[in-house]
Design a protein around this ligand. Structure first.
Ligand code: PHE
Ligand code: NA
Length: 454
């Protein structure tokens, strides 16, 4: 039997795990979600979710991958034959995510070039109407180097699949060793520039001012858990896959804490950067910060371009760095998402990595072209909503209940982790996974079903 690939170094694994975690979700999702759900007060449910679900599940998934040395389907199969299908379900969700996540990275790639030539047009709101997607190359047009989304999308896939062809140590590890430090440096430049802009403090005030009246609202708690799951890449089969390449001696618990806190620090930093910039924009326009905030995709692809249009000299480089950070953060996540089904195929069908990358990645790339068409934006929104609500919360719930209550694996997992880790798992870990997380996720599911069916 072929021996399983391994990470070259501990730092290599941590950078890859952090690279998977830090993604588009940190940069455009977190700031808007936090702002809408109570600002500074959101940090309370958010940190609660990090400590009772995020890090405990991360430790659980790292241990499962390390102990069973398999991609998610294989690891689940090794726990219990009947549960392999749960692993495949998570793999399928990862596959679907990769088909649209890649498109957002491609937009960011075009927009990093548009930061210089302002080719996104005067009315940046056109992005949401799909106008950007209708763009075609006009011969001789300035900036036609990046026509629409097709070429950047192909580039995204060539880079991602190229890295995956090279394998775990020579591909994924090396890529993250370059991408993540570069991302952190670029992001620090952005944040420092942002908070020194006139008006930035108003933005930060808007972001952090706690609205405690929201804290009792179920929506806010649901948002906090949703953010933690998506942001930490848990319940997607990804972290199980990455940890299956760990060497025997690995401090699982410590790695999980570094990944969890690293990801959250980055996203809070992103909130500071983004709201600093929004404060600046509001000050320039003489309006309140709440008038310039837009949620989700619009924040990155409408508001930022608008700012750059208004102050091109000042902001082209800044805009470029912002979109470049989206590209780097996005690519390191897309690599992990794609590796999840590549590893699933390799483990199941005993095919070579090369074949699995070509077939799995190739198919995802083809499907992603659909999202790059005009109707794609609406389709993408729907897919994102559905995946986040039903995919993540539901898989998370099934995974935790299965492992804690049905297969009763927690004791074994805890012993395995404690054997190789410095920090020993206490009862907070067990209670979080047996009681708190199942209750919260169960409540989330019931609520979702009610909202969608009634
Ligand atoms: N965690 C990544 C982010 O914050 C996204 C992601 C989701 C990555 C699911 C892998 C799997 O953007
Ligand atoms: Na993240």
């Amino acid at each position: 039997m072929e021996t399983r690939s391994q990470w070259g170094t501990r730092a290599g694994f941590i950078l890859a795990a952090v690279g998977s975690a830090i993604g588009l979700g940190n940069i455009w999702r977190f700031p808007a979600v936090a702002y809408e759900n109570g600002g500074g007060a959101f940090l309370i449910p958010y940190l609660f979710a990090l400590l009772t679900a995020g890090i405990p599940i991360l430790i659980m998934e790292f241990t499962i991958g390390h102990k069973h040395r398999g991609s998610a389907p294989l690891s689940f199969r090794r726990m219990n034959k009947k549960t392999e299908v749960i692993g495949w379900w998570a793999v399928l969700v990862a596959f679907v995510i990769s088909t649209y996540y890649s498109v957002i990275i491609a937009w960011a790639m075009s927009y990093s070039v548009f930061s210089f030539n302002l080719n996104w047009g005067e009315d940046t709101g056109g992005f949401l109407m799909g106008e950007y997607l209708k763009r075609t190359v006009e011969p001789g047009e300035i900036g036609s180097m990046v026509p629409g989304v097709l070429i950047p999308l192909l580039l995204v896939w060539v880079i991602t699949l190229g890295i995956l062809f090279k394998g775990v140590k020579k591909g994924i590890e090396i890529a993250n060793r370059i991408f993540i430090p570069a991302l952190i440096v670029i992001f620090l430049i952005i944040v420092i520039r942002a908070i020194t802009l006139p008006g930035a403090l108003d933005g930060l005030e808007a972001f952090f001012t706690p609205d405690f009246s929201k804290i009792m609202s179920a929506d806010v708690w649901v948002a906090a858990y949703g953010q933690i799951f998506f942001s930490l890449s848990i319940a997607f089969a990804i972290m199980i896959t990455y940890s299956s390449y760990l060497p025997k001696k690995s401090d699982i618990t410590n790695n999980a804490f570094i990944t969890g806190f690293g990801n959250s620090s980055f996203e809070i930093l992103a909130g500071i950067g983004v709201f600093g910039i929004l404060g600046f924009m509001a000050a320039q326009q003489g309006v309140g910060v709440d008038e310039v905030v837009t949620a989700g995709i619009g924040l990155a692809f409408v508001v930022f371009p608008e700012i750059i249009n208004q102050f091109p000299g000042l902001n082209s480089l800044f805009g470029f760095l912002f979109f470049a950070s989206l590209v780097l953060a996005g690519l390191s996540s897309l690599i992990s998402i794609t590796e999840t089904y590549v590893a699933g195929l390799v483990d199941k069908f005993k095919i070579s990595r090369t074949k699995a990358v070509a077939f799995g990645g190739g198919l995802a790339a083809l499907i992603s072209l659909l999202f790059a068409t005009q109707g794609g934006l609406y389709f993408l929104d729907a897919a994102d909503y559905f995946i986040n609500q039903f995919g993540v919360a539901l898989i998370g719930l099934v995974e935790v209940v299965l492992i804690a209550w049905i297969l009763r694996q927690l004791k074994g997992i805890k012993e395995h982790a404690n054997d190789i880790s410095d920090i020993k798992l206490g009862s907070w870990w067990t209670i979080s996974l047996t009681i708190i997380t199942p209750l919260v996720l169960g409540f989330m599911m019931v609520r979702l079903l009610k909202q969608n069916l009634l």
